[in-house]
Design a protein around this ligand. Sequence first.
Ligand SMILES: CC(C)(COP(=O)(O)OP(=O)(O)OC[C@H]1O[C@@H](n2cnc3c(N)ncnc32)[C@H](O)[C@@H]1OP(=O)(O)O)[C@@H](O)C(=O)NCCC(=O)NCCS
Length: 147
Amino acid sequence: MELVEFSPDFLNDIIAIENESFPNPWKEKMFLDSAANRLVEFKVAVENGKTAGYCLFWVAGDQSEILSIAVSLQFRRRSFAKQMLEYIIGRSKEKGAQCVFLDVRAGNAAAVKLYDSFGFEKTGIRKKYYPGAGGGEDALILRKKLK
Ligand SMILES: CC(C)(COP(=O)(O)OP(=O)(O)OC[C@H]1O[C@@H](n2cnc3c(N)ncnc32)[C@H](O)[C@@H]1OP(=O)(O)O)[C@@H](O)C(=O)NCCC(=O)NCCS
């Protein structure tokens, strides 16, 4: 797997992965706006010429925030998310971040397990943050200290 810079050539593949990965998927414009934001790093995971996943994050001051990370269904459980997280953590350190933050759906067991294995800790809850049945689902705010 290699991580390359986002280009619009990847957009259709990314939208397909996004739609299979999230109950409230981002639309094209959100990806294009993020790509146009020079503060955001937007990387695409490519395996044998196929788009396997992507991640977006940014460092603001001494904090890094993961905006999104997803892996195509056909490439899951092959350590691609793990490699993307390792990249994000390394780049965040280089850019002077003291910690990495992210939001995750409380019911997203795969992602919660992934972040747990990296030593992320729960620092807060946004109640009913994600739209859905029963009035919505809570978001967990997770943080990993880098120093
Ligand atoms: C969460 C997600 C990114 C994981 O991607 P992945 O490439 O399959 O993950 P990896 O292979 O790198 O897994 C690393 C570790 O995470 C945990 N993990 C990943 N998927 C898991 C699952 N389905 N169930 C339980 N643990 C899981 C395991 O600890 C795993 O280590 P192991 O394989 O040695 O047991 C992927 O399932 C996905 O794209 N989900 C939809 C989008 C999403 O939820 N993104 C995160 C939003 S915050």
